[in-house]
Every structure is written in C-alpha cells, then in structure tokens.
Design a binder for this molecule. Structure first.
Ligand SMILES: Nc1ncnc2c1ncn2[C@@H]1O[C@H](COP(=O)(O)OP(=O)(O)OP(=O)(O)O)[C@@H](O)[C@H]1O
Length: 553
C-alpha cells in the first residue's frame, strides 16, 4: 500500500512537472512570438516613397515601345478564348518582362478571355531556381515536406507528409513567367513539361498511406488527385532558338522582341520621365540614345538623372544632369556603323542577325595580291569556334564564316573561272560583330570578286544570302531585321535571296532586290557605268530595276 502510494506520488509529480514545463515553454514561446509580432507590425508601418523603378515602368501595353509586332503576337497568343504558352526571344532590356507583366492585365479586360480578374502573374527566374535532385525543396514544381524534415511541428509529430505548392501551383488560373527559361536544368524542364501536359502536379512520399486516418482530408485529396496547376507559361530567353529544347519550343508560340533603335530608346526615356512626373530639357533623350544600348539602360540613366536633379530640389532634368550621370556611370557612346559615302575596291556591306531578331550592319573587307607561290586564303576578325551550353551538354561549334570563305573561293573558280591560285587573298571581318557564315555567302563572293578584279563595289548596297558552290542563292534567316539594320546604316538597296522576299517589303523606304543566282548579284553590283569595260560575266546588261528583278524577268 505504501509502495503503491509512493509510485502514484512519483508518477503524479512526473506528469505535473511535464505539464508545468510544457506550459512554461508554451508561455515563453507565446511571449517571444508576441514580441516578434510587435516588431513585424512596427516594420510594416515604415514605408519609403514608391521606388523610381516602379514609377517609371510602362503602365500599359501602348507604352511598350518598338515592339509593335511582338506585342500584337502576344495579344493574339494570350488574350483570346484559348490562351497559349509563349516563348519570348530577344536581347536583354528590350521590354520582354515588362510586356509579359502587362499582357495578363489586357487579357483580364478581354471579354472572351478565361483569365479571371483574380488571375495572378507569378514571376520567377530560372537562374535562381536551384535544382535539388532529391526534390526536398523545389520552388518551381513544389515538393513534399516529409515528417523527417519537419521536425517537431504538428504534422511532423503526427507523421503526416505535407505537400508544398511550387510556382506552377501558385500561378494556377494565371500566368507563370520564367525569365531566362533556357537556363532551367534539363530535369526541371522535363518536370515542367509534365505539368504543362497534366495541368496539375502529382506528389509522392514514402510517408503517405492512403488508409492513414491521421492524415487530413485535404492532404489525401492532394496525393490522390494532384495539386491544380493550370496556367499559361510565358518563358523569356536571350538565347537563340536552336539552344532551346525542341520539346519546349513545340508546346509554345514563339515571339521575337527586337533590339531597340535610337528613336525607341528616346521614346522610352521620355515616357519614363513622364511617368515619374518630371520634365526634360530638350536634348536629354537624344543624349541618352547615344549611350543607352537598350530600354533598361535608358530608364536607368533617366532615374539617376531624376535623382541628381532632386538633390537640388528640381523636378526638371537638364542635359548637364544627364552628362554628369553618363560620366560617373562610365557609359560609353554607341558606335552606329553607317555605309561609306564612296565605293571602294574589296569593301562590301554585309548584314547579320542574332536571335533572329537583332540585325547588324557590318563591313567585309577583302584584298587580293598577285602571288607567284600558288596563292593563299586567310581570314581574320572571326571567332574560330564557339562553345554552346545545350541542355546540360557542352558543344563546340566550328566557325561557319571560315567555311563560307572556302565556298566563296570555290564559287569564283566554278562560276566565274577565276584562278584564285594566282592570288594571296585576305578576308577581314572588322568590328567584332557575330558573323553568321552561310548568310554572308554572297557578300563574301562580291568582296573577293571586287578585290581580284580591282573594281569598286557600290557603297549603298548591302547583301545577305547563302551561296552554293555552283552559284545558287539560298534563303537565310532574319531578313526583316537585317533590312532594318541596313536602313539604320543609310543603305539604299539590299540584295536578298528571292525565297526570302515578302510582299510587306514593298512598303519599305528602301529598295529590295531579289537574286536567284550569284551571277545576278555580280551584275547588279558591278555592271555600273564606273566599271565600264571591265569584265563582268554574262551579257552586258543595264542594272535591272527592282520590280523587274523581283518579278523574275
Ligand atoms: N520596349 C520597351 N518599351 C518600354 N519600356 C522598356 C522597353 N524595354 C525596356 N523598357 C524599360 O526597361 C525596364 C527593363 O526592361 P525588361 O525587364 O522588360 O527587359 P527584358 O527584355 O525582360 O530584359 P531581361 O532579359 O534582361 O530580363 C522596363 O521595366 C522598362 O521600364
């Protein structure tokens, strides 16, 4: 009896002290939490003014400058009754993110759109989405927090696995924007594609048992049916289309954003100042456009100029303010290549393109010296090879420009009977512009032809087109962007492959001439009064008018 009483007393004291320590630790936690909550509320009350970056941001799609076609394509893809997934290509800072943000707002105001007013725009960046092989934490797709990782939380103690939604579920019913989507790990991309297919995320856990009564109903439902993830994907990338996995490309509408021209950069600076409620002295926008490579640079220069003016209590930005910003920011003026005013021997205007959307005007130079030693061909100014990161693989690509030079030399032999072994030929690509070899084909033939024959190449013509070793001219990519680059360089005529011709080119303020064969190209370029008497292959013709050539006469 005494022993029984003793044991009951010990057990009683044990449970009392356990209860007491639980109560006191609960009190301590509640007290600590109260203090933290007060601190958080105090932080919430502190508000700085709206950041300039938000004030200056475009407020609607009409403020997205220089991307009219791309914005039209975005509206078609996302604002109709059946929105599609979209992949946006384009250089950095040209409005891809800004346009994607605004497109959902437009869709919400379109009667036939399935996006509800509450639809969310979830933004994430693939470069910050770390890939976790064990899927313990996956901010993109979501993950299951197994009890072992939850510690002593309520679910952890009860042995309940907890599914955590990722960005794909947070975007349910809205748009998921993934910047730099080309940087996603291949396994992350495969998981994303599966979600696009199923429109929900399926979770698995070794801790889940369908008959476990401890597990709450909502968790049973998630494991059984998956978590909803019906959204439209908008991926943006600065990479080239061929570097993006075909499985992703085939599920998306592909839209191209252009590099911005001088006028667009000026307009962006002007709009940013207007949105910030600041006036600009004449010449500020013009000055910015000489230094800013893209819209982001323009806005950033404007923002700092506004801040500089504000330190003196002004709401107007002067040219001096901006000059100071450019000087302290070590901005360098952009070099905009223009065509030469005089024709020259061996100097040809070429056109190239990056991302299929950014055209470049570039010079190609050739010299040919008589050789007594069997001749030689050398090339300078090109990158010999480039390394591509492609879905986890590293590829080394040989320069296609070098191969094109070899093709051009063969064309001179095969088509024009020129013995190139009589010359030391040097071809130079000045300016460090990326050269897409095949499309420089016809320009290369003209450069070497001009150098070998010692006849001048007109300075107002630019060329793009691939040439076969038998002289046919083949279609190339990015012709519209190349023509735009030619216009900016004050070019008057552009020779393009006939298969690249589009009716819309008729409305351009620049003459577009189509060619099927390299002989046509040589006639157009060299059969000029200035070259009278110089050998030009084929019968001697007057330069055909653009309409004659374009209609194939
Ligand atoms: N075409 C444009 N029209 C209007 N504003 C622009 C344009 N391009 C850039 N901007 C301005 O620059 C800011 C940054 O541009 P944005 O983030 O949209 O570029 P991005 O193309 O998405 O670049 P990145 O690939 O580096 O993310 C925008 O918030 C906007 O203020």
């Amino acid at each position: 009896m005494t022993l029984q009483f003793f044991f009951s007393a010990v057990v009683g004291i044990y449970f009392f002290s356990l209860l007491y320590s639980q109560r006191s630790s609960q009190n301590a936690v509640t007290g600590e939490s109260k203090k933290e909550l007060e601190k958080l509320n105090a932080l919430e009350k502190i508000k700085l003014a709206e950041p300039l970056s938000e004030k200056t941001r475009p407020k609607n799609l009409s403020e997205i400058v220089g991307q009219e076609e791309a914005v039209k394509a975005l509206i078609a893809a996302l604002c109709g009754p059946n929105p599609q997934h979209v992949l946006i290509y384009g250089p950095p800072g040209v409005g891809k993110t800004a346009a994607a943000r605004l497109i959902l707002e437009r869709a919400k105001h379109t009667a036939c759109s399935p996006f509800l007013p509450s639809a969310k725009f979830i933004e994430t960046d693939a470069t910050t989405l770390q890939f976790d092989e064990r899927s313990i934490a996956d901010p993109l797709i979501g993950s299951v927090h197994d009890p072992i990782y939850q510690g002593s939380g309520a679910y952890g103690n009860a042995g309940v696995p907890q599914p955590k939604p990722g960005a794909v579920s947070n975007a349910h019913g809205g748009v998921l924007f993934i910047d730099e989507i080309g940087e996603l790990h291949p396994i992350q991309l495969n998981r994303l594609l599966k979600v696009l297919e199923d429109r929900r995320v399926k979770f698995e856990s070794a801790y889940y048992a369908s008959g476990d009564k401890n597990i709450p109903l909502h968790i049973h439902k998630i494991f059984r049916d998956g978590m909803p993830a019906d959204f439209r994907l908008v991926g943006a990338t600065t990479r080239n289309p061929e570097e993006i996995p075909p499985a992703l490309r085939s599920r998306c509408v592909e839209i191209y954003f252009n590099a911005l021209d001088k006028n667009s950069v000026e307009k962006i600076a002007e709009n940013a100042a207007k949105n910030a409620g600041v006036s600009l002295e004449d010449g500020v926008c013009e000055l910015i456009s000489q230094f800013a490579d893209n819209g982001r640079d323009a806005v950033s220069i404007i923002q700092t100029s506004i801040s500089a003016a504000a330190t003196e209590g002004r709401k107007n930005v002067t040219v001096k303010d901006t000059e100071w910003v450019l000087q302290v920011g070590k901005y360098q003026p952009k070099v905009i290549a223009k065509c030469a005013s005089e024709p020259k021997v061996g100097v040809v205007n070429g056109l190239s393109v990056a991302n299929l959307s950014t055209g470049y005007f570039m010079k190609i130079e050739a010299s040919a010296k008589k050789s007594a030693n069997g001749g030689s061909v050398s090339v300078s100014g090109i990158i010999e090879s480039e390394q591509l990161e492609m879905r986890g693989r590293r590829l080394i690509k040989k320069s296609t420009a070098k191969e094109s030079v070899e093709n051009a030399v063969t064309v001179l032999k095969n088509v024009f009977g020129i013995n190139t072994a009589d010359f030391d030929i040097h071809i130079n690509f000045p300016g460090g512009i990326p050269v897409d070899g095949p499309s420089a084909g016809i320009a290369l033939v003209c450069a070497v032809y001009s150098a070998v024959k010692n006849i001048k190449m007109p300075s107002d013509i630019a060329l793009t087109g691939e040439v076969s070793i038998l002289g046919s001219v083949y279609a190339v990519g990015g012709v519209a962007s190349k023509i735009e680059a030619a216009q900016n360089a004050n070019i008057k005529r552009v020779i393009i492959p006939r298969d690249n011709y589009r009716r819309t080119f008729e409305d351009l303020p620049i003459e577009i001439i189509c060619a099927d064969n390299i002989k046509d190209v040589i006639k157009i370029c060299f059969n000029t009064a200035e070259n009278e008497g110089v050998y030009v292959p084929g019968e001697k013709l007057m330069i055909a008018s653009a309409s004659e050539v374009n209609s194939g006469k």
